[in-house]
Write a protein that binds this ligand. Sequence first.
Ligand SMILES: [Zn+2]
Length: 266
Amino acid sequence: MNLVYPLFADNTFATVYLLVIAFAFGAVFASFITCTACRVVIGEDWTKGHSHCDSCGHELSTLDLIPVISWLALKGKCRYCGAKVPARDVIFEIVLGFVFVGTLAFNRAVDPMVIQTLVLEVILLGLSLADFDNHIIPDGFLLAMLIVWILFVGFMPDTAAYALDGVLAAVVIPGILLAVSALLNKALKKSTLGMGDVKLFACCMLFTGLYRGVLTMFLASVIGLIFVAISQKKKIAFAPAISIATVISLVFGGTLLNMYFSLIGG
Ligand SMILES: [Zn+2]
C-alpha cells in the first residue's frame, strides 16, 4: 500500500486543492482546540454542550461558528448581544491554517509523517494556550500526544528504528534538562523549569527523535529567551516556546541539520 501522495509533482490542481483544504482544516481545528483548551482549563466538560457567547451565553449556531468567515461577517461581534468577540481566536485560526499549508508544502508530499505532524500541531496549540493563559499544561493534552504517537508509529517507513529513536530521545533529553535545571535551581535558588515543561519535552521528543530533539531543545531555549525579552517578565509560559521549536524541528529540522553538518564537515 502506497501511503505517500506527492505534491507539486504533476497535478497542480490537486496540489492547490489539497493546500486550500489544509488551510480550512487548520482553521477548523484551531477553532475547536482553542475552545477545548478554554474549557479544560476552567474545568468544564469539553465533550458536551454547544459553544456559547461568553458575554450573553446565547448558544451559537453553525453559521456563527465558521472559522474566520463568521467573525469577519459579523465584524467581530456577537450576533445576539453585540459584544466584541476577541480577535485572538481568529488570529490563531489563520495562523494554524498557514502552519498546515506550510507543513504540507515544505514536506512536498502527504504521508503518515506529515499527517502526524498536523495532528500534533493542533494539540500543541491547545496546550500552549492553556499554559499561556493559566500557566498549566493539562495532562489530557500530553496523553493525547502519547496516543497520537502510538497510533502513527505503525505507519512509519521503519517502525522499529523510529520508535527506538523517539523513546531514547524522550528519556535522554528530559534527563539532561532535569539535571541542568537542578543545578540552576541550586545556583539561582529558585525553580527554573516546571515539571509540566519537562513532561511536555519528553512527549515532544517521541516525535522528534534524538537529532531533531537536540535541535528542539536549542530552539526552545532561544525562543524562550526572546519571549522573556519581549514580555519583560521574569516568568513566562514555556510551552509555546517548546511547541514552536518542536514544529520547526519537525518541518524544517532535516534541512537545518543538513546545513549544520555540511558546515562543520567543511
Ligand atoms: Zn452574545
